[in-house]
Design a binder for this molecule. Structure first.
Ligand code: SF4
Ligand code: FES
Length: 290
């Protein structure tokens, strides 16, 4: 449905900072925002469609800014989830012009087009408009026990508490995986998740590696058991799209490779595997640019 909603901007007396900046200086242009609309909770038979909005933007306007502008001045019913606006909370993930991205981290000027299409993340059930249900995603995350388990930590007397020392080399083994913000972009880009919802997905598997590789953790065999199932790690066929869309520089595909090496008893080959992965990722990216 092609609807250009009535812009209530001029009817509102108290202008927002975004509006003031859009009207006070030059460099403003209009983009067409196409927003996926559905209300799957209230009406399971609701037919999805796109609503269109003309939104003023500047060079630094993000997709989230544009969506909030449309929500503030044209249609307050647009469903969006967001919080931090600084790529930290992981709640504003959506498909923007066909690619899973964080709306608050995507500048419209970087998209190089005047038409911005926002859709909910694939591989997640719809709730309303751009808001999807993360229950299963977090169930998978919980299933890999995302916390350090150490029997020595159960010390009844606080005076007996000791530090767990880690060398920089120990930390390097899992540091990049601890940057995950649970935004679900990798999960939405994964072709295996698309066909098998019991597959834990790249986020949960890379977190399984993060805790397995932590020198403070003492429950490694139990961790490996959780992922070594018929719907587990062996279902991954290394499409690599998870690492490609991650906004935090995490490489879930590498985590999955390293986990597999543990399961195959090749844990001493971690550095070799990392180098191999770097080489394959670089050639994939070079191939893309051709
Ligand atoms: S690995 Fe990256 S893309 Fe996946 S949930 Fe974590 S931060 Fe998001
Ligand atoms: S609003 Fe928090 S990551 Fe975008």
């Amino acid at each position: 449905m092609n609807i250009f909603k009535k812009d209530k901007r001029k009817e509102i007396k108290n202008e927002t900072p975004l509006e003031r900046s859009n009207t006070s200086t030059s460099g403003q242009s209009l983009v067409k925002l196409r927003v996926f609309r559905i209300n799957a909770v209230q009406n399971p038979n609701d037919v999805p469609h796109f609503d269109e909005f003309q939104v003023p933007v500047k060079r630094w306007t993000t997709v989230l800014d544009a969506l909030l502008d449309a929500k503030s001045y044209q249609d307050s019913s647009i469903g969006i989830r967001y919080s931090c606006r600084m790529a930290s909370c992981g709640s504003c993930g959506m498909k923007i012009n066909g690619i899973p991205r964080l709306a608050c981290y995507t500048k419209i000027s970087d998209l190089d087009t005047n038409t911005i299409t926002c859709e909910p993340l694939p591989n997640f059930p719809y709730i309303r408009d751009l808001v999807t249900d993360f229950s299963q995603f977090f169930d998978h995350h919980r299933s890999v026990m995302p916390f350090v388990k150490n029997k020595k930590a159960d010390i009844p007397n606080v005076n007996e508490l000791t530090e767990y020392e880690q060398t920089p080399q120990d930390l390097d083994k899992f540091l990049q995986f601890s940057y995950c913000i649970k935004c679900g972009l990798c999960y939405s880009a994964c072709p295996t998740v698309a066909t098998d919802l019991k597959f834990p997905g790249p986020q949960a598997l890379s977190q399984a590696y993060r805790y397995l590789a932590d020198s403070r953790d003492s429950d490694k065999s139990k961790r490996l058991k959780v992922i070594d199932t018929s719907h587990g790690i062996w279902r991954c066929h290394f499409a690599g799209s998870c690492s490609h869309v991650c906004p935090k520089g995490v490489d879930p595909a590498l985590g999955i490779q390293l986990l597999r090496s543990h399961l195959l008893g090749l844990s001493n080959s971690e550095k070799k595997l990392a180098k191999l992965h770097d080489r394959s990722t670089n050639s994939y990216r070079e191939g893309e640019g051709e």
